[in-house]
Design a protein around this ligand. Structure first.
Ligand SMILES: Cc1ncc(COP(=O)(O)O)c(C=O)c1O
Length: 414
């Protein structure tokens, strides 16, 4: 029960952690002592189950059982098996998710496949503030298929959707600001104009549950190294609505998407179902790590996940307002239905602020030109972390520690 209503007291943090049913999940992660990790929206923390699983896959399955492991260890089924673990987090059936390539490659494959379902249409819509790769890939898709690339305003994407549009491709939660689209309303408007919709769920899955089936979403793609904790460069997932799967004509139609890959036939005949989005040999080691990592979500219900994420971001905003009143601008929407699981602060010295915090053991990141980002992974970040992080932030601002860092694009990752 929460007793202390003063957000500036640390007791409030401890009370809120006691009220959070997911708090115990933190023990499933290997987090270094003395670090407050608020960068799970870039690279998720390491689940304890992963090293053991990777070691088994390498030494026993690969080292001892060699090529037989494609069957005996089920390597060949990993893209669909891992997809089935992600499916509940995005509100779709287990058999409809495939995990194999990078997000960028997955975007290319699904965007082309989607546009080919609307051959009479001439445009593809993406938002101006989208993550760069989404825009670059959409531009390439437009060139390959001879379509118009139409940039929409993220404040009003519907204004750019008309009967010429084949596909609307949007990032559900904005990587820079943490602002979230109304998935239901935008999907409905795209459909009303006869267009298909693709959602990039990189900044949603694992922190912001979504209901793709309920919203009748056509396609979705998302990375697995952020809130899904799959490790650096872990492969992305792709979803295609069952109604589209029979018609999918994806552009990287390699042998792994063939109905009978080991018949080595000359002509390409796609397999039924989501597996036709496959191209080449699956990345087994990365999939094994991700498979183990996803077990931290077992038994986690959507409501608790979202409630924990909102409680953490609310608390961070509350403390920044109360203790730093106005010196840093909160650019993340305050309304719950417009917010993902990160909070972004704007300041002219944002780069220096992030570097000073890292020196103090509080890891967030910087996005050009002036944004400090803090991600709140609901399975391992606590309200006590939030309280302590803001304490450090107050010290950084009071002592002007941000003035010591020199910005260089080479340092831009963290
Ligand atoms: C919204 C979004 N899309 C795509 C990507 C990255 O794509 P890839 O996994 O191909 O590097 C990111 C990476 O942060 C992202 O935030």
């Amino acid at each position: 029960m929460t007793t202390d209503t003063d957000p500036t007291g640390r007791d409030t943090a401890l009370d809120r952690d006691r009220d959070n049913p997911l708090c115990a999940r933190r023990d499933l992660f290997q987090l270094p002592d003395g670090i407050i990790y608020l960068d799970g929206n870039s690279l998720g923390a390491l689940p304890r189950s992963v090293p053991e699983r990777l070691s088994r896959t390498v030494t026993e399955e690969w080292g001892r059982d060699l090529i037989g492991s494609w069957n005996s260890a089920g390597w060949i089924d990993l893209p669909g098996r891992v997809g089935a673990k992600i499916a509940p987090l995005i509100g779709v059936a287990d058999r409809d998710v495939w995990v194999s390539d990078s997000t960028s490659v997955s975007l290319f494959k699904t965007m082309v496949a989607a546009c080919r379902l609307r051959p009479e249409r001439t445009a593809i819509v993406v938002e101006k503030g989208t993550f760069p790769t989404d825009g670059y890939i959409a531009a390439s898709v437009a060139r390959v298929l001879g379509l118009e690339l139409r940039w929409c305003d993220s404040n009003d994407p519907l204004a750019s959707i008309d009967e010429d549009v084949a596909l609307v491709s949007l990032t559900h939660v904005d990587f820079r600001t943490g602002a979230m689209f109304d998935m239901g309303a935008v999907t409905e408007a795209a459909h009303a104009a006869g267009a298909l919709i693709l959602w990039d769920l990189c900044h949603s899955t694992g922190a912001v549950p979504v209901d793709l089936t309920g919203h009748r979403v056509d396609f979705a793609v998302g990375c697995t190294y952020k809130y899904l904790n799959g490790g650096p460069g872990s492969p992305a997932f792709m979803y295609a609505a069952p109604a589209h799967q029979g018609e999918l004509d994806q552009p990287l139609s390699g042998w792994m998407g063939h109905a009978r890959p080991f018949d080595m036939e000359l002509g390409y005949e796609p397999v039924d179902g989501i597996g036709r989005l496959a191209s080449g040999t699956p990345p087994v080691l990365a999939l094994a790590a991700l498979d183990a990592a996803l077990d931290v979500f077992e038994g986690v219900d959507h409501d608790s996940l979202r409630a924990a994420s909102l409680s953490l971001t609310d608390y961070f905003i509350e403390l920044v307002d109360a203790r730093l009143g106005g010196s840093l601008e909160v650019i993340t929407p305050r309304s719950h239905d417009r917010r993902g699981s990160q909070v972004s602060l704007r300041h002219e010295h944002a780069y220096g602020i992030v570097q000073a915090l890292i020196a103090r053991g509080v890891i967030g990141d910087f996005r050009t030109p002036d944004v400090a980002r803090f991600g709140f992974a609901p399975l391992y970040v606590t309200h006590a972390d939030v309280y302590d992080a803001v304490d450090h932030l107050v010290a950084v601002m009071e002592q002007e520690e941000y003035a010591r860092a020199e910005y260089s694009t080479r340092n831009a990752v963290t």
